[in-house]
Design a protein. Structure first.
Ligand SMILES: *[C@@H]1O[C@H](CO)[C@@H](O)[C@H](O)[C@H]1NC(C)=O
Ligand SMILES: *[C@@H]1O[C@H](CO)[C@@H](O)[C@H](O)[C@H]1NC(C)=O
Ligand SMILES: *[C@@H]1O[C@H](CO)[C@@H](O)[C@H](O)[C@H]1NC(C)=O
Length: 492
């Protein structure tokens, strides 16, 4: 031992290793004693270098960089076929609301099952434009004690278990749950879920817009109507334990509370994704749709409680128009860009695929990102305060005090991923408007298809737009990526 050390010390300096003769025989591992000191030095140097290199690599690649590289691997490239939707319906509601499901369900690419409370009179010849329907199992053995509540909460909670137990789960990475009046933007949901590793335990959704509802149920619960997603690995565990939870949470009102409680017992917390919308508001959704969070639109719910989104349409047609626009540029639907015409002092807010608002004057961006209170509270009655989970501003009663509003009329895209969307003036009567905007009838918006990858969503950045001047009856707007240090403001 000591001898070896002494010997090594007497070896030539490392810098002279390059002078080794190439013909030197490769040492056999069986006879270590035959390794010449020079060759051993080469090996030691190589090992030393590789340790230094590994340490160096680890230290320079911060952990988030490594994980973002991991997330972009094909392993996580979630696709439509990896999602299995379970829709909770009742025989009575399904007849009316299946028209909503038909809008987002594509028989060829969406996997979905509808759970009904009873069969009686189920069409023996199923409609191929709708997902297959099954009848939920009997749940009369489970207790339900919430005063005045509906026992169906147990059946709907159990949809989670019955979906997993059905066994038709090949390649399923995510179990997604919603009601028959939930409309999903499937491609956006795929984009959002691809941020997460389906092999881990994830519970993804969002709570209510209405503050009081979150106080009553939980701020940390995914509200069922807005839809929520459970990773396949978590779904399998939840299915095993759910029945025992159903016995314990008999005193709760809804199905989503039962799922939330059982997941809490498994030690799993909700991951909030702002694109899920429970829509616990009523009436005119304009203000809410015009200030969507900077995240892909995933779902809309309570469609029967809100007015049609577009003038002169019914609810189904309204949703169809939004989904039609989303089919051409899914990630961009409801994304808001604001641009300024400084020569005429005009501010324009474009909500892609839905509406454009033209304000006379210079409006600061943060003010345009708050929600105009066009809707009313979910709960009715004198004691109900309108407390929401987001910042709001008043919507003037006088239509002439509002901006000019243009609603989506049509969208078309060309081969090069460019998209033109056209918005038509919604005439509200004879208002006095500034000279620059008083003849406007149309807004035409040019954009390029928004391709979101995990990198761009984490964190996202709002896009910029430009107004082509001059304009008269028709204004042309181009949406584009902002420059690195560009500010969204007048005269910058
Ligand atoms: C769906 O599949 C059917 C049968 O394979 C085919 O006829 C139909 O064109 C497809 N539809 C779409 C939208 O791809
Ligand atoms: C909505 O309008 C469409 C097209 O005009 C029509 O086919 C459908 O029956 C209407 N739906 C309702 C619920 O009125
Ligand atoms: C604006 O459009 C109106 C109506 O088409 C037309 O009469 C007018 O001449 C146009 N003004 C300009 C400056 O082009």
């Amino acid at each position: 031992m000591n001898q070896t050390r002494r010997k090594r010390r007497s070896d030539p300096p490392l810098s002279r290793l390059d002078s080794l003769s190439p013909e030197m025989p490769f040492p056999s591992s069986k006879s270590p004693s035959l390794i010449s000191p020079r060759v051993r030095n080469i090996f030691l140097l190589l090992i030393f270098c590789s340790i230094i290199f590994t340490l160096f690599t680890y230290c320079t690649f911060r952990r988030d960089q490594i994980s973002s590289i991991a997330r972009s691997l094909p392993l996580f490239s979630t696709q439509r076929r990896h999602l299995l939707f379970s829709i909770a319906a009742s025989r009575d509601s399904w007849l009316r609301r299946s028209s909503y499901v038909r809008l987002w369900y594509s028989p060829n690419s969406t996997r979905a099952v509808v759970f009904l409370d009873r069969g009686g009179g189920l069409d023996p010849d199923p409609d191929p434009t709708l997902p297959p329907a099954v009848v939920s199992q009997d749940v009369s053995r489970f207790p339900y004690t919430f005063p005045g509540g509906l026992r169906s909460a147990i059946r709907v909670a159990r949809v989670v278990k019955e979906t997993v137990d059905r066994g038709d789960n090949k390649d399923v990475r995510w179990f997604v749950f919603g009601d028959d009046d939930t409309v999903f933007f499937v491609d956006n949901l795929v984009t959002v879920l691809s941020k997460y590793d389906h092999r881990k335990w994830w519970y993804v959704g969002s709570n209510s817009e209405f503050y009081d509802q979150n106080v009553r149920y939980s701020f940390d619960m995914a509200f069922g109507g807005g839809g929520f997603a459970i990773s396949a690995s978590l779904g399998k565990v939840l299915a095993k334990v759910l029945d025992s939870c159903l016995m314990r949470y008999a005193h709760m009102y809804g199905s989503d509370s039962r799922i939330f409680s059982c997941l809490a017992e498994l030690g799993v917390a909700l991951t909030h994704e702002p694109g899920f919308h429970q829509i616990d508001v009523r009436g005119n959704l304009f203000g809410l749709l015009c200030a969507h969070p900077l995240a892909p639109l995933v779902s809309l719910h309570h469609l029967d409680a809100v007015d049609p989104f577009f003038p002169k349409t019914n609810r189904t047609e309204s949703v169809a128009r939004l989904i039609g626009a989303a089919s051409l540029d899914s990630a961009r639907i409801l994304q808001q860009s604001v641009c300024y015409d400084s020569s005429n002092i005009v501010t324009v807010s474009v909500v892609w695929g839905y509406a454009v608002q033209v304000y006379e004057g210079n409006k600061l961006l943060p003010d345009l990102l708050t929600l105009q209170k066009t809707f009313s509270t979910w709960r009715r009655g004198s004691g109900v305060r309108s407390n929401y989970m987001f910042s709001t501003r008043e919507y003037p009663r006088d239509p002439c005090a509002r901006p000019l509003v243009f609603f989506l009329d049509s969208v078309r895209s060309d081969e090069t991923d460019g998209t033109w969307s056209s918005y038509k003036l919604h005439n509200v009567g004879n208002c006095h408007r500034a000279e620059a905007v008083k003849r406007l009838q149309w807004i035409r918006v040019m954009s390029r298809k928004l391709k979101l990858n995990v990198e761009q969503m984490n964190p996202p950045r709002r896009q910029c737009c430009d107004i082509s001047s001059p304009y008269n009856t028709s204004m042309v707007i181009n949406i584009r990526q902002c420059m690195p240090d560009e500010l969204i403001a007048m005269n910058t």
